[in-house]
Ligand binder design. Structure first.
Ligand SMILES: [Zn+2]
Length: 251
């Protein structure tokens, strides 16, 4: 059994805090690592703390578009002080659904560009949120030199997927793929060496997941579904995805 990695989960969310000892123990048992993304200063601090509690938690630090603020100093200082312990920068990006005017979107872009410059300088991979802004984001990324770029919860068109592949991005698919045919069609069109898997917990998932908050163990269903789409064995599929993840993280 090879290691598997959840490419995007908010383990620092308070939703998980009570269960954390159990979560960390089960991660050891089923050989599972997690890229633990953050949304603001507080969650970034919590992600770093979790990284200290377990070697299986890989802390990502950053400012989510929903938390885009003008004063970036506290987060920048946090990143500078802990750059050795930070695996990557995220969750960062843009999202038109969170703003009502162009000023709000400009603020998101400013924060996003700032985070990209930091990732470029520190040579860290990034985890990107791109809802309703994918074309814009792909355009912005082209002016930075970052080796590990992940478009998390990829939900673009086939054309956007092609551009993402040409730009060298990784894309990740999550639990909704298990019941959504359109996601499986998109996966089938994705370059095999660019696929990652995620749960984006604690997001809730419907259908077979019964509107439960995503648990890190949901990841195995996502890999099983991908294996079915590509007609591979579970072991081959998970080994392939894990190799992709190592390239994404640069380890
Ligand atoms: Zn997320």
């Amino acid at each position: 059994m090879s290691w598997i990695t959840d490419a995007h989960i908010h383990l620092s969310d308070p939703e998980y805090s009570k269960e954390m000892p159990f979560i960390l123990k089960s991660m050891e048992r089923i050989k599972l690592r997690a890229c633990c993304v953050s949304e603001d200063y507080e969650s970034s601090q919590r992600s770093l703390d979790l990284g200290l509690r377990s070697r299986l938690v890989l802390p990502f630090v950053g400012i989510h578009p929903q938390s885009a603020i003008d004063d970036l100093e506290p987060v920048i200082t946090l990143i500078d002080k802990n750059s050795e312990r930070i695996t990557g920068i995220g969750e960062i990006g843009m999202d038109k659904t969170y703003v009502s005017d162009s000023e709000g979107l400009q603020r998101q872009e400013k924060v996003f560009r700032n985070m990209l410059s930091i990732a470029e300088k520190l040579r860290k991979p990034i985890s990107i949120h791109s809802r309703a802004t994918l074309d814009n984001i792909l355009e912005i990324l082209s002016s930075y030199s970052i080796s590990g770029m992940l478009l998390h919860w990829f939900a673009g068109s086939k054309k956007q997927l092609k551009t993402a592949m040409e730009s060298g991005c990784f894309v990740s698919y999550g639990p909704s793929m298990v019941y959504a045919k359109d996601k499986q069609v998109l996966l089938a069109q994705t370059n095999n060496d660019r696929i990652l898997v995620e749960t984006d917990g604690p997001v809730k998932f419907g259908r077979c997941f019964g509107l439960k908050s995503a648990q890190i163990t949901f990841l195995t269903s996502v890999i099983f579904c991908a294996a079915k789409v590509f007609r591979k064995s579970y072991d081959d599929m998970s080994a392939e995805i894990e190799q992709n993840c190592r390239r994404y993280l640069g380890v």
